[in-house]
Design a binder for this molecule. Structure first.
Ligand code: LLP
Length: 421
């Protein structure tokens, strides 16, 4: 459930009419609901309540400082994958000991920053990375807490671009090499293994791949302990999917996911860490856009919006479906027609939906893309020199701009002209 509902025919974000925000900030924009973010976080807390656990929000999904602050105030840790994300987490007030550092290409500088600012653990993804972190930690006179991300070779049954747990993916160390790798870590004085990490992919709609991966991790806990390693934490990654289309079957709930964790790993005496991103932010955000033109093509009608692929790239990149709804609710029983819904960017991939059934719309009408809170603003760009669109946070009957739209001047002034020109 989210907090974007119609009241008397007008779409609201919590207690604020979406049209009122549009009038104040202009379109297109993103709007997030604090109540929905909070609700989703709490669902995970409840799901894991029987176990010692930490929820490290995967901030790659939506990393605005205000969203991070909402999460941090709820007690969330963070999963970061770059120096920039680490800096954002610290700036939002997340203590270093609640930040896990993931990612396949951590640089020396990122390692140094996290070691000096404080970090819960590094999730290591390769043997060269292990050696480098060992060097960096020793040069600072520190010992880096680490887990190894194991690749369990499990099919997550999701879109190929976001599956990460198969042996052909670039992620993690093959689980078959884990014993050797942990033995190597034990010989490295700058590293201390504290647990095991696994993340098999994103937008998972079936719990079986989790069950398989967690079972492999469970076996590995026993093997590594028998080898003399102290395994106290299990980082189980993120990935739980969300319903993108309202009429689709709903993916498993956090409670059901939590039950699988408990069942498969509950008796290991480990602290459980999870890194959910999409489930927390996805349905907590809308992207709102205005119809610029209705264009009749040959055999198809186009709805040309003022939002484009640079603002929400998921449809172009993953053929992702987002429900697109009018901000003023259509009268019941009104006849719908099929539109190709597109943006103004100069490529055919700038298509949000093909032959989507929509109620009658006219120039100037507002539409909202649902489930746009995760990997929406976070993946946006200024392609075609279209300014990054504003982000707005709603809380009850209040709203605030949490990232303003840059002016053309601000965009242009980021560039510099070399002295010879
Ligand atoms: N932990 C790790 C190590 C990850 O790589 C990811 C996502 C997560 C946690 C969070 O997964 P989530 O709970 O959000 O599924 N841009 C794509 C999704 C990419 C996911 C990348 N990794 C999309 O728009 O669908």
């Amino acid at each position: 459930m989210d907090h974007f509902l119609y009241r008397d025919g007008a779409l609201y974000a919590e207690d604020v009419p979406v049209a009122e925000i549009a009038a104040a900030v202009g379109t297109p924009f993103y709007v997030y609901s604090t109540a929905t973010l909070t609700r989703h976080f709490k669902l995970f807390q409840e799901a894991l309540s029987g176990m010692d656990h930490v929820i490290c929000y995967a901030m790659k999904a939506a990393s605005n400082q205000a969203i991070l602050k909402v999460m941090a105030d709820l007690g969330a840790g963070m999963d970061v994958v770059s120096g920039g994300e680490y800096a954002r987490a610290i700036a939002a007030g997340v203590p270093g000991e609640k930040i896990v550092f993931s990612g396949v290409g951590k640089t020396r500088e990122e390692m140094r920053d996290a070691l000096s600012g404080g970090v819960r653990q590094f999730n290591l993804e390769s043997e060269p990375e292990m050696a480098r972190l060992n060097d960096v930690a020793l040069s600072m006179g520190l010992i880096a807490p680490v887990t190894v991300r194991v690749n369990p070779d499990v099919d997550a049954k999701t879109h190929a671009k976001i599956a990460t747990g198969k042996s052909e993916n670039k992620f993690g160390i093959p689980i078959s090499r884990a014993r050797e790798v942990y033995a190597r870590i034990a010989r490295m004085p700058g590293l201390k293994a504290v647990g095991i990490d696994v993340h098999i992919g994103s937008q998972l709609t079936d719990l079986e791949p989790y069950r398989l991966a967690f079972a492999k991790v469970g076996e590995l806990v026993d093997t590594l302990r028998a080898d003399g390693h102290e395994i106290t934490r299990l980082d189980l990654g993120g990935g739980l999917g969300i319903p993108y289309a309202r009429d689709n079957q709903a993916p498993p709930l956090p409670l059901e996911y939590g039950a699988v964790v408990q069942e498969v790993l509950g008796d290991k005496g480990c602290e459980i860490e999870i890194e959910p991103g999409r489930l927390i932010a996805g349905n907590a955000g809308l992207m709102v856009s205005e119809v610029v033109y209705l264009k009749q093509g040959e055999g198809r009608d186009f709805l040309i919006l003022d939002a484009a692929m640079n603002d929400l790239v998921r449809p172009a990149m993953y053929e992702a479906w987002h429900d697109i709804v009018p901000v003023t609710e259509a009268a019941p029983g009104v006849e719908q027609s099929a539109y190709d819904i597109v943006g103004p960017v100069c490529e055919s991939g700038d298509t949000f939906a093909r032959q989507r059934m929509m109620p009658p719309l006219a120039e100037g009408d507002l539409v909202a893309f649902r489930s746009a809170g995760a990997y929406g603003a976070a993946m946006s760009s200024e392609y075609n020199t279209r300014p990054l669109i504003p982000e707005v946070l709603v809380n009850g009957d209040q709203f605030a701009v949490i990232r303003k739209r840059p002016s053309y001047e601000e965009i242009i002034n980021r560039d510099t002209i070399p002295p010879w020109l």
